[in-house]
Design a binder for this molecule. Structure first.
Ligand code: LLP
Length: 395
């Protein structure tokens, strides 16, 4: 669609998603749906209510990490029997809410949490399904901030302690042990770390069987990478079928928690060039988008392609593409060869995951609007903040 035409009626910066692309990504998972697989979209990647509704309507379950995310998916019409609840710091009120909703299972990350869930379930005279998140100590080649499966990470229970924790869990009356899970990181571009983890997890399951603890599901987490630049990524079909075939002898349910690979490549951030600024050392394109709307470049040194909507006759130059926020870290791309003029539109690509959800009101900037293209129409799915909304809770 013609972004220039669309933008004549819309205020920049704004997020724009494609419903068709999201559906395509969902389908590439859902076509593998059998009674032995469950796909739980990881809400943190993009939690817009309209997008969650779309995902729920196509039969996916959800992976949530807070009462807020659980509240969203329930509003979006999720089937509570397809919800898993992950995260290292679940509060009592969050556990209570999840039990009231009747979720499929808690992914438990510490012994303390096992006791907290057991206590709450006992108070409510119910039984909580639990799966223990095991940290398989597997290295993945990704940014250290999004690697989670190493010993030094705060996530999961160290592999060597897992058996003991399961034995302890089996003594707690209000818990029902159903699964084992792991999540080793995000933006993973090779299958090997998954296979290495599965090897350890399978031998853990065999040990558990010997102790009389039988496991009915394995949750392999999320993490499948997408192509931002020139990465060689794993094909979704190959990824799913490899994991399914790796586990087929166990006759067990397999859960997946994809986030980025459902929404990442389905969104762009549209922004306008405010100023072109030259200094002795550098040329800067100053946009009306900033780290407040998209923090991935400064936070993870992430690369997002930035393209001009109209390639003008302006001279091609190397620019640092920056925003108006008062931080030297406020950049969206560095050394980008572009030919653009003041007032031109640019698009920042592949921001459907961890884009809007990580936006903030820093510098009292309103969070931008979100739109989705469905059936050729542009629908607003979240309006931009007004200044009064930003101030509303302050005294
Ligand atoms: N399951 C669990 C337990 C997770 O912690 C995550 C992501 C996922 C599933 C989904 O992973 P995905 O399929 O999206 O890779 N903000 C960072 C990414 C943080 C990922 C956190 N956990 C970024 O912008 O790259």
């Amino acid at each position: 669609m013609d972004i220039d035409e669309i933008s004549s009626n819309l205020e920049t910066p704004y997020y724009l998603y494609s419903e068709n692309l999201i559906k395509e990504n969902i389908n590439s998972y859902m076509k593998h749906a059998t009674k032995h697989t469950l796909f739980c979209y990881s809400v943190k990647a993009n939690s817009n209510l309209s997008i969650l509704k779309l995902i729920a309507s196509m039969g996916m379950g959800f992976d949530v990490v807070s009462k807020g995310e659980l509240y969203r998916v329930m509003k979006a019409g999720a089937d509570s029997k397809k919800i898993v609840y992950s995260g290292v710091g679940k509060r009592k009120d969050e556990i209570k809410f999840a039990l009231e909703c009747g979720i499929l299972c808690f992914n438990v990350e510490s012994e303390g949490e096992l006791h907290a869930i057991n206590e709450q379930a006992s108070l409510m005279e119910c039984v909580a399904n639990v799966s223990i998140r095991v940290n398989p100590d597997v290295a993945v080649e990704t940014h250290p901030y999004i690697s989670t499966g190493l010993k030094e990470n705060k996530f999961g229970i160290p592999y060597k302690d897992a058996l003991e924790i399961y034995l302890k869990a089996s003594q707690l009356k209000s818990l029902n042990i159903t699964g084992v899970d792991f999540h080793i990181g995000s933006q993973i571009t090779t299958i090997e770390p998954y296979l290495d983890s599965l090897k350890s997890i399978k031998s853990l399951i065999a040990e558990l069987e010997k102790k009389g603890i039988s496991i009915s599901h394995i949750d392999v987490g999320g993490g499948l990478g997408i192509k931002y630049q020139d990465e060689n990524i794993i094909n979704k079909d190959f990824f799913i079928s490899t994991i399914v075939s790796e586990l087929k002898d166990l006759n067990i349910m397999i859960l997946f928690e994809p986030g980025r690979s459902i929404v990442g490549d389905c969104g762009i951030l549209v922004s306008r060039v405010q100023y072109v600024k030259e200094s002795d050392e550098k040329s800067f394109l100053i946009l009306d988008a900033s780290m407040s709307e998209l923090i991935r470049p400064p936070l993870y040194n992430a690369h997002h392609n930035i393209t001009a909507v109209h390639r003008t006759d302006a001279v091609k130059k190397n620019y640092d593409v920056v925003g108006p926020v008062c931080e030297s870290a406020d950049f969206l791309g560095k050394n980008r060869l572009m030919n653009v003029n003041v007032s031109d539109l640019v698009i920042i690509e592949d921001v459907g995951a961890y884009g809007f959800v990580l936006s903030s009101n820093y510098n009292t900037r309103p969070k931008p609007a979100e739109y989705i293209i469905s059936n050729g129409n542009i629908n607003e799915i979240r309006s931009a903040d007004t200044l009064d909304q930003i101030l509303a809770n302050e005294l």
